[in-house]
Design a protein around this ligand. Structure first.
Ligand code: FAD
Length: 416
């Protein structure tokens, strides 16, 4: 069976490798003329590392990124609200990695060339149209200028072409731009000193003003430095207009630094980290409404094309990776491939819709808002502000929702 994949991002390449490993004939097409190590930091949760490890990437990930030890939530004064061990530090069989997105993309690409075949991953090919002809799908690809480059025929087509998916737009032509609730994100990378234990991811502040940071480079850690990935979220007011979102748009310090000027924690000088950044990018926090269907006959969606979500709880890349594994498992069961795509949708769409909706309601970040409302000037006794039972319930509900709870992950480990 031949499977065409539009998009060689994190989701598309992982799906291609899972499918090729399982014996399917795969061809991947991306609109860019070459893959470049773009973006800033990203986290891959243990449940997704499970899949990349099975494809042989764990040594490269460990040599490049940071094995995340802990996820810590803090108020805007830097006081800890909750800390959760991650990956192997939580007793799971796989680590969680914090890594530069560009480096992750290149690790995926190098591995995909070996597993899928370098000649099966093609660039300068934007999917411009497709149709189902009997039991085949015929897809047309064009170059940047819109000139036809190639027509490919396969048994299935997977749209892994990101938040502006052309495959999704074919089925939902009136959907319009992504949805925005007024939060702008500035994302940066700074070479600094290690903070806390050198392997902790921190979320500090509250929903309308938040600072997220984590180290992403093993190379820097070995030199006694930290390559700190950071994100500043700011609510821009209810009347603000959605700017055209572009992953590579540069950001300006003056637009957000003044609001973080007094965020000097005893473990990190936030304005100093921001000021010393060598890269600052600006991106609105956007998502899309969950779809009623991903699979239409022999065509389906995967990753951000299927379920773009707010980057809360490190789910974007992790869930895109998990999609590829789920699709492969359903196809491996054999039988009618259209039925397999329906099963894949049935398995993945409802939980992804729940994450999109939960993240709109702030997801696990709700604990930050509760503490900000109840103790805006900080606290001496956290239990008096947010009782342990209330906190534990927020955490347990969210982990179960994103299927990153220990029981689910250990079940998966035992099934391998
Ligand atoms: C350049 C870039 C930088 C990013 N930086 C960050 C970051 O710093 N932090 C973060 O959290 N997330 C970032 N993301 C998003 C993140 O990669 C995704 O949210 C997540 O990993 C899901 O991956 P995906 O493969 O579904 O989508 P993506 O990673 O967005 O990949 C989609 C791929 O499809 C290709 N594509 C798009 N349209 C077409 C078309 N019509 N035909 C063929 N190919 C097409 C794109 O070139 C891209 O390679 C970035 C995405 C991109 C493309």
């Amino acid at each position: 069976m031949k499977i065409l994949i539009a998009g060689a991002g994190i989701g598309g390449l992982t799906a291609a490798m899972c499918l090729a490993r399982a014996g399917f004939d795969v061809e991947v097409f991306d609109q860019v003329s070459e893959l470049r190590p773009l973006g800033v930091g990203i986290n891959i949760q243990a449940g997704a590392v499970r899949i990349l490890s099975a494809l042989g990437m764990e040594p490269a990930l460990a040599a490049t990124g940071i094995e995340t030890r802990e996820l810590r939530f803090a108020n805007r004064h830097g006081q800890t609200i909750w800390a959760d061990p991650r990956g192997r530090h939580a007793g799971l069989p796989w680590p969680q990695f914090s890594i530069h997105r560009g480096e992750l993309q290149m690790i995926l690409f190098e591995t995909a060339k070996k597993i899928v075949g370098a000649d099966r991953i093609k660039f300068g090919r934007r999917i411009a149209g497709f149709e189902q002809k009997g039991s085949k799908v015929v897809a047309r690809f064009v170059d940047r200028a819109g000139n036809p480059v190639e027509t490919a025929e396969g048994d299935l087509l997977v749209g892994a072409d990101g938040i502006h998916s052309a495959v999704r737009a074919h089925f939902y032509p009136n959907e319009g731009p992504p949805k925005w609730q007024g939060i702008m994100m500035w994302r940066g990378i700074t070479v600094g000193k290690p903070f806390l234990d050198g392997a902790t991811m921190v979320q500090a502040g509250h929903h309308t003003q938040k600072f997220v940071c984590y180290p992403v480079s093993r190379r820097h850690a070995e030199k006694g430095e930290a390559l700190i990935n950071w994100i500043c979220d700011l609510h821009m007011g209810d009347q603000a207009m959605l700017p055209r979102e572009d992953w590579n748009r540069p950001g300006k310090l003056a637009d957000f630094l003044p609001r973080f000027e007094n965020w000097k924690f005893d473990w990190l000088d936030v304005p100093d980290v921001i000021r010393k950044a060598h890269t600052i990018l600006e991106f609105p926090m956007v998502d899309r409404d969950p779809l009623p269907r991903w699979s239409h006959g022999r065509i389906t969606l995967l990753g951000d094309a299927a379920h773009p979500m707010y980057p809360i709880g490190s789910n974007g890349a992790s869930q895109a990776i998990i999609d590829g594994d789920a699709l492969t498992q359903e196809l491996l069961m054999g039988g009618d491939p259209e039925a397999a795509l329906q099963r894949y949708e049935k398995r993945r769409l409802p939980p992804m819709a729940r994450i999109v909706e939960s993240n709109r309601r702030k997801g696990i970040d709700i604990m930050l808002d509760i503490v900000e409302q109840r103790a805006p000037q900080g606290f001496d006794d956290l239990d008096a502000v947010l009782p342990p039972q209330e906190l534990e319930k927020i955490v347990a509900d969210y982990k179960q929702l994103v299927t990153q709870d220990r029981e689910t992950l250990l079940k998966l480990a035992n099934a391998q």
